[in-house]
Write a protein of this length. Structure first.
Length: 242
């Protein structure tokens, strides 16, 4: 199919325009071959939120991060559980920006996988609207980028891009794997139905579940609920087929 995404050269040119002139979205050029997943994920990260996905800037050790979560009694904006690549709690935060005249949103999530003993890793997720879902309430299919591009006539949905990172002995970020394939469900939650541990005062709330595989072959599966906060610095980005 001819999904409207771009080759690296064209995309980078569009990125520069998007950062300086386009405030409501990003126009994506036609392409003839499927883009490299890792490259496209990194470009999307930079377009939506420059500097997105890093553990190094935290300046916290695993012990300090665990202590901070324990002190907050797990009252994090984003929380849930992963069953793969390991069974562990998830804590983090999420931001969003509306686009398409307010009928869709892009969401940037930082989800820390916090096992009791093993090293903490960070799953960075971008949720992008595809083929104009035209709503920010109700339930939608959630799919990976490769699954979206493999469909001849995809239904309106949200596409999930992701990367798992860790830290080396010096504390520098290490790319571990990218979100390769998978499907799930997205539910925009009404404020009256917010789970008991969600903080008040958020602009929106979501619940999502996803089951797939990482680029290193490991399975990935998680369920999270999150409060979302509107962030002006994010750039709205969308995907659509012609």
């Amino acid at each position: 199919m001819s999904c409207r995404v771009a080759t690296r050269a064209t995309t980078l040119a569009v990125v520069m325009v998007s950062m300086t002139a386009l405030t409501t979205g990003m126009a994506l050029a036609d392409w003839g071959e499927e883009p490299d997943l890792e490259e496209f994920t990194e470009i999307a990260f930079e377009v939506v939120d420059i500097g997105f996905c890093t553990m190094q800037e935290l300046g916290l050790s695993d012990a300090e991060l665990r202590a901070g979560i324990a002190e907050a009694e797990s009252e994090t904006w984003l929380h849930g559980r992963a069953t793969a690549p390991q069974e562990t709690a998830i804590h983090g935060s999420a931001l969003f920006k509306h686009g398409n005249a307010g009928s869709a949103m892009v969401t940037a999530m930082q989800a820390f996988l916090v096992p009791e003993e093993r090293a903490i890793t960070l799953l960075c997720l971008l949720m992008l609207p595809a083929d104009n879902p035209d709503a920010v309430e109700g339930q939608f299919a959630l799919q990976s980028f490769p699954d979206f591009t493999d469909q001849a006539h995809p239904d309106p949905s949200y596409v999930l891009l992701g990367k798992l990172i860790g830290r080396d002995a010096e504390g520098d970020d290490v790319d571990l794997a990218y979100l390769q394939d998978g499907t799930g469900n997205l539910n925009f939650i009404a404020e009256d139905d917010v789970a008991r541990r969600q903080p008040g005062g958020a602009d929106a709330y979501v619940a999502l579940s996803f089951d797939g595989v990482l680029s290193d072959g490991q399975p990935i599966a998680f369920d999270v609920n999150s409060a979302l906060f509107d962030a002006e610095h994010l750039t709205f980005m969308y995907l659509h087929t012609p």
